[in-house]
Design a protein around this ligand. Structure first.
Ligand code: ATP
Length: 361
């Protein structure tokens, strides 16, 4: 096991800056998830740590060792990619054993380790099959098994679940979490899936356009996103962002007036007539019996059994507001609703920079 330290790592491809001045300190044994939209640089960071890319500048340490000039095979890291890259002509047993054989581990140890790993991944009954005789989920577990068997000091996983169907993805995700709890190997995991990030991570690193937006544990990032990008990226459905003009005691939202919460007035100095971005999560909006909230029109209703997702829009606005109501709510497109926003759960973002203005820290 090892801690990992990135110091001002940059990677340019000709004139494209894939990663810009990334510094991270990942403690020994933790599970960190790099998350962000396509092209934000997360795979480049992972490949740089693995030694498959060379940083344009900066220093990279695995454990206490500076590895800038150490080739991939000597870094003692195990990688699992989205495409499992199993050897098709080898059995599951041979695939799992391969890395150990390459390192000339003695055959008895290999045999024991393959069996232990296969049992922990529920592959022990499949050891004599070839990859094409396995389901996608089983193949991905073999790829994980091959990485685990190596007992590397660092695990690097790049979207390892994205080829699996929804149910299998949920199951394998839970298995991965359990495995990490058992083995405690430092793990860096890349995904664009915010659910994977939230459920797996000790710490999440949210990236955008090659830059770190925020680092923190899932609950803290969800509760206190640093900016609008993070707020809209984590959470499904995402946080609603409403364009609000400051009018003194009220915000004007597409011509409707919303009372300004007292804590905004006390803590912020807002400029009359200026546009701010007001954030509210779908679970913090309710359907109100009486008037006084925002009048909206129902566009789409998605009953999920335990909850109902409703997409509504303000009159004259083409953008949706997502509302999440517990239980079954019977509504129809075209119906008018009155929404009550929980004023204690409002966020305010600077409309130019996207920085969070409220809540304050
Ligand atoms: P995705 O989720 O789509 O895999 P990502 O966040 O992992 O995206 P990267 O693959 O790290 O993003 O790419 C970051 C940026 O660097 C992108 O703009 C990409 O086009 C660019 N890039 C990556 N590899 C190369 C390369 N070999 N040559 C030129 N540009 C590259």
């Amino acid at each position: 096991m090892a801690k990992v330290l990135l110091e001002n790592i940059k990677r340019k491809f000709n004139n494209v800056t894939a990663i810009e001045d990334i510094s991270l300190e990942i403690p020994d044994g933790e599970f960190w998830v790099l998350v962000g939209p396509s092209g934000c640089g997360k795979s480049t960071i992972l490949r740089t740590i693995a030694g498959l890319e060379t940083a344009t500048s900066g220093n990279l340490y695995i454990g206490d060792r500076l590895v800038n000039d150490i080739p991939a095979r000597a870094r003692d890291v195990a990688m699992v990619f989205q495409n499992y890259a199993l050897y098709p002509h080898m059995t599951v047993r041979e695939n799992i054993a391969f890395g150990l054989q390459m390192r000339k581990v003695d055959p008895k140890t290999i045999q024991q380790r393959v069996l232990t790993v296969a049992t922990s991944l529920a592959l022990d009954h499949l050891l004599d099959r070839k990859p094409k005789q396995l389901s996608g989920g089983q193949q991905q577990r073999v790829a994980l098994g091959r990485a685990i068997a190596r007992q590397a000091q660092l695990f690097l996983l790049d979207e390892p679940l994205s080829n699996l169907d929804a149910q299998l993805r949920d199951d394998t995700r839970a298995e991965l979490k359990q495995l990490h709890q058992q083995l405690g190997i430092t793990t860096i995991y890349v995904t664009h899936d915010q659910v994977e990030a939230m459920t797996l991570a000790d710490k999440i690193v949210v990236l955008n356009q090659g830059k770190i937006q925020q680092i923190g544990d899932p609950q803290s990032i969800y509760a206190l996103p640093a900016n609008e990008m993070v707020a809209s990226f984590l959470g499904n459905p995402p946080m609603n962002i409403l364009h609000a003009i400051y009018k003194g005691d009220t915000f004007d939202i597409s011509g409707q007036l919303l009372q300004i919460p007292p804590n905004f007035q006390q803590n912020l100095k807002l400029n009359l007539g200026e546009i701010y971005h007001l954030g509210i999560r779908p679970e913090h909006i309710n359907i109100a019996e009486n008037l006084g909230g925002l009048t909206v029109e129902v566009k789409v209703v998605e009953p999920l059994g335990r909850e109902t997702l409703i997409r509504v829009s303000l009159p004259g606005s083409s953008s949706f507001i997502n509302v999440q109501i517990g239980g079954n709510v019977r509504l129809h497109p075209g119906e008018k609703l009155n929404l009550q926003l929980d004023l204690n759960q409002l966020f305010l973002f600077n409309s130019h920079t996207g920085e969070r203005m409220f809540p304050l820290l």
